[in-house]
Design a binder for this molecule. Structure first.
Ligand SMILES: Cc1cc2nc3c(=O)[nH]c(=O)nc-3n(C[C@H](O)[C@H](O)[C@H](O)COP(=O)(O)O)c2cc1C
Length: 371
């Protein structure tokens, strides 16, 4: 099963299954002398950890991370990265394979059961094996290290739509995001969602969501043209997250409805001569290269496919069956996808930053003097 590695200079390889003893990752290419402790990583894992509200799965996964290589204590007594590969491990402690006994030979519609079996000929029915989003815990852990590589950048994710219900953008308040179980910036939308999702959960169903991730503080110049476009890499990174079915950068799909005048992010000279953009339809990326504006990405997460409601399917032997998935599943996996989206943004930006240094050295002194 190839393709477990992501990134170029900042390179993340994950391993492990949901019902194996451990999941882990190796972060290769992290620069040396960056202070790094387990506590730096744990805070981000807490945001993804299940069982924190009635709106996420009740699986008990403490997700305690261990750093097993790539750090040492320096002369000042601070634990720092050495530049060597950083290996991280998290023990799996709350597996209940028996929850999956009934679907051992059945393919859950909407899940990866059929395609994995068709390709590899082996069915890891215990939580989906490698297709389980348990793997995304390691993305979040690696993302915490990536954030330290691009420490001048602030990355913030939020849920902007739950099922068909969008937030009211005029009510956006960053301070609200950590005040409700949805990472929702609109307090009244969060209250409404709570009622809505209770109904979804009690009926044994599930719903989708839209997540928005914004990176502030990225200077102009990161990314590359042609096959190394920052927006292409971001789209690939976010699309690789389980259950993601669409990614938008900036205005995304809506840009097709704008006129050229509306879509143009006009520029004026700022006090320091640097351009000030009057809008950000482009989402902070032009020609695959960052503009210095906030980088804005949104992604759509489909409804959880493991649901209690009966669905028609087939089994491994080609017989028709009706599938009901018991066990502890999120009624909306989009909620826990918020920290995962933030992590993928951080990993892409750390990789772009390191490559940018290699591509241009110290870079041009912009704006150029008029000759
Ligand atoms: C944070 C997170 C948690 C998830 N938890 C579940 C889950 O409990 N049950 C489930 O059926 N799918 C869950 N998923 C989605 C599946 O992993 C995913 O739908 C499946 O692997 C098929 O892949 P695809 O949807 O990307 O095509 C989760 C996704 C994310 C991002």
């Amino acid at each position: 099963m190839s393709h477990n590695t992501f990134g170029h200079l900042f390179r993340v390889t994950t391993f492990g299954e949901s019902h194996g003893p451990t999941i882990g990752c190796v972060v290769d290419g992290c620069p040396p002398r960056i202070p790094l402790t387990e506590a730096d990583i744990q805070g981000f894992l807490e945001k993804r950890r299940p069982g924190q509200s009635r709106f996420t799965t009740q699986r008990k996964e403490p997700d305690l991370v261990r750093i097993v290589s790539g750090v040492m204590t320096d002369e000042a007594g601070v634990q720092v990265t050495t530049g060597a590969p950083i290996a991280l491990l998290i023990d799996n402690v709350d597996q209940r394979s028996k929850d999956y006994g009934e679907i051992k030979d059945q393919y859950r519609p909407g899940h990866a059961d059929f395609t994995y079996d068709a390709k590899y000929g082996i069915r890891d029915y215990r939580g989906g094996g490698r297709s389980s989003a348990r793997e995304t815990a390691m993305r979040v852990a690696a993302g915490a290290i990536a954030r330290k590589v691009v420490s001048g950048v602030t990355i913030r994710g939020a849920l902007v739509q739950l099922g068909p219900h969008r937030i009211d953008r005029s009510q956006w308040d960053d301070a609200q995001i950590d005040e409700n179980p949805f990472f929702c910036p609109d307090a009244s939308a969060a209250a409404f969602w709570a009622e809505y999702l209770d109904g979804v959960r009690k009926s044994g169903s599930s719903c989708g969501a839209v997540v928005e991730v914004v990176a502030d503080g990225v200077p102009p110049g990161w990314g590359a043209p042609i096959y190394g476009k920052l927006d292409a890499e971001l789209a690939s990174a976010l699309m690789s997250v389980n259950a993601v079915k669409a990614v938008e950068i900036g205005d995304g799909m809506a840009a097709a409805e704008l006129s050229g005048e509306e879509n143009a992010d006009e520029m004026r000279a700022g006090a320091d001569g640097k351009p000030v953009f009057l809008s950000n339809h482009a989402g902070g990326i032009l020609g695959g290269i960052s503009t210095g504006q906030p980088i804005v990405a949104r992604f759509a997460v489909k409804p959880t496919s493991s649901i209690l409601a009966l669905r028609r399917a087939v089994d491994r032997f080609g017989a028709e069956v009706d599938v009901r998935t018991k066990g502890r599943h999120d009624p909306c996996v989009g909620i826990r996808a918020v920290p995962v989206g933030e992590a993928m943004m951080a990993i892409v930006l750390a990789d772009a930053f390191l490559r940018h240094r290699g591509q241009v050295g110290v870079g041009p002194a912009w704006p150029f003097p008029r000759s």
